[in-house]
Ligand binder design. Structure first.
Ligand code: GLC
Length: 438
């Protein structure tokens, strides 16, 4: 009897030991699967980021710094076409198709309302404090908001300005121009004296840069495109026609090359940098390139705010870029880490020294290292502060497309300025659902 009991007990203990072993085994395997294996086999997370080819130039070394500090994250920069609207189209079709490869979204200041309204971006409002945001220029921050939420952190600002050949102006005995008439007069005189082949270069191709350039001329005549608060459209007003006439005159009078209506920023920059023109309207990125050692115009240029009509004030178009996170990204935490790094004072300084970016952080306009290289930066802050934002409306891309089409038709003499702008105004009002002014 006792013998049978001991035997039974022995079996129970053996069974218990076996199951304990099994439990231990299962536990050990789970730990390995959950923690140890992934750590051994984990490949770094890659964040994809698309941008224009010229914009991509200063990024590799800054990305390298970020990756050294964050060994588990890689940033893959994809170089796209030069025109901002083509990059916008690529992001748009990727988001519409649903399986977007992009984690970070490098956004022009005009895209936020559309991308946010479409639900393609993560809301970043709670990730950054008011105090941290206060270090950035308010207009750049504004460009990242839609309906009181923040979707984009500014990487850099931008503002259109007038470049001129101070050597040629001095030789001709001219002061820098203030008005559109001054610019025409000086251009003609220096051309006649054989000092330069062309007077004035501007971006006339049918693309977003045309709209950006045009609102500066429009503002200089006291006109407006769309009032974002009232949605009033000012395209069929006399100021708009005057602005177009000024641009047409520059071509008709041989001050601007006939090909100017096909130029984007880079075509105008190359022509100006080759030494063939007196004036150029462009963005601050031109400065370091035009002053490179092998540039024929190194040390011969100056910048100033855009010219305007007598009695009116000048307008600079506010440009600029910032980073958002795609809602479809599988790595939002890593993407936020990258945004935090790329917007630090240290990374920003590096971008600026490399590429002549306009700071989005205000303190950098007067940073000693930056001012030592670009002594015009403190002045630039004023230009950025008074620059004009293109209308911040969700239908911006369509509104800009309408303006670009009709403006291009008027500038290439396919339509009269009046006809073109009447049609542009009507189409824009239909788009916005507003009624025409009388
Ligand atoms: C610059 C500006 C951008 C603008 C573009 C137009 O990149 O920063 O805001 O839309 O030029 O070409």
């Amino acid at each position: 009897m006792l013998y049978r009991l001991v035997n039974k007990l022995k079996k129970v203990i053996q069974k218990y030991q076996r199951s304990r072993l099994a439990i231990l085994l299962v536990f050990a395997i789970s730990i390995t699967l959950l923690f140890i294996l992934p750590a051994l086999t984990q490949s770094p997370v890659t964040l994809n980021l698309l941008m224009t080819a010229p914009d991509a130039q200063p990024w590799p070394s800054i990305v390298k710094d970020f990756e050294t500090k964050n060994p588990g994250i890689r940033v893959n920069i994809i170089e796209g076409p030069n025109a901002t609207n083509l990059i916008e189209d690529l992001y748009t079709s990727a988001f519409i198709l649903g399986d977007s490869p992009y984690d970070l979204v490098n956004m022009d200041v005009i895209w936020t309302p559309k991308f946010a309204a479409a639900g393609w971006l993560l809301d970043l409002t709670d990730r950054i404090s008011k105090e941290e945001l206060a270090a950035f220029s308010p207009k750049d921050v504004e460009g990242g908001r839609y309906e009181d939420k923040l979707y984009r952190i500014p990487i850099r600002s931008d503002a259109g300005m007038l470049y001129y050949r101070k050597d040629l102006l001095e030789q001709g005995g001219f002061e820098a121009p203030e008005t559109f008439d001054d610019l025409i007069k000086i251009s003609k005189a220096l051309k006649q004296q054989g000092k330069a082949k062309w007077g004035y270069l501007w971006q006339g191709r049918q693309y977003e840069g045309l709209a950006a350039m045009f609102i500066e001329v429009l503002q200089g005549y006291g006109g407006y495109w769309i009032n974002p608060d009232t949605l009033e459209v000012g395209l069929d007003r006399p100021e708009t026609i005057q602005a177009i006439q000024f641009l047409r005159e520059t071509v008709n009078q041989g001050i601007s090359p006939p090909g100017v209506t096909t130029y984007q920023e880079e075509e105008t920059r190359r022509l100006f940098q080759s030494g063939q023109a007196v004036f150029l309207r462009s963005w601050p990125y031109v400065w370091p390139l035009a002053n490179e050692d092998d540039s024929p115009i190194k040390g011969k240029i100056a910048i100033k705010p855009m010219v305007h009509a007598a009695g009116k004030s000048e307008g600079a178009c506010l440009g600029g870029w910032g980073l958002g996170i795609a809602k479809s990204s599988k790595h939002p935490a890593e993407a936020w880490k990258a945004i935090q790094y790329f917007t630090t004072v240290e990374a920003q300084r590096s971008f600026i020294l490399k590429a002549g970016y306009v700071p989005s952080r205000r303190e950098l306009f007067t940073d000693p290292e930056i001012v030592a290289k670009y002594n015009h930066y403190p002045q630039l802050l004023e230009v950025v502060d008074s620059a004009v934002l293109r209308p911040a409306i969700a239908q911006y891309a369509q509104a800009s497309d309408i303006l670009q089409r009709y403006l291009s038709a008027a500038l290439t003499n396919r339509m009269s300025p009046e006809q073109a702008m009447q049609s542009a105004a009507n189409e824009t009002r239909r788009l916005l659902g507003t009624r025409g002014e009388s």
